[in-house]
Design a protein. Structure first.
Length: 123
């Protein structure tokens, strides 16, 4: 896959011999969403790496520690910024959706799947 070759342009990407590694399922999801949007032509790989690099640099300038556990938080922030910049999602919709996910996560008992907006719940 050509996109996996492009991953070499991101030297800090957590990886092992087989490719990218993820600590949590959401990290793999945000990673795959980025690849999908790139493959669909919504942004170039250069645009993506510049956006991600800017997000990491901004975090460093804010003095945020780099303990190896924040990489995909930067990845997510960069993805949110690039999809808003490209008009793929309106900023107010993104904020609303983030709020919905936050509320659903807080209302979900530990160890249970998070269900957004009651989807999939039996009434």
């Amino acid at each position: 896959m050509d996109d996996l070759k492009n991953l070499d342009a991101i030297p800090s990407l957590p990886r092992d011999e087989e490719g990218p590694v993820f600590r949590e399922p959401w990290e793999a999801q945000v990673f795959s969403m980025t690849l999908m949007l790139h493959q669909q032509g919504h942004f170039t790989w250069k645009e993506w790496t510049e956006c991600l690099g800017a997000e990491i640099t901004a975090a460093q300038k804010r003095g945020e520690p780099d303990l190896g556990d924040t990489y995909y938080l930067h990845w997510l922030a960069a993805l949110e910024k690039i999809v808003a910049k490209k008009g793929l999602v309106a900023s107010d919709n993104l904020l609303r959706r983030k709020g919905e996910w936050d509320a659903a996560a807080r209302a979900t008992p530990h160890g249970q799947p998070i269900v957004l907006g009651g989807e999939g719940r039996e009434g």
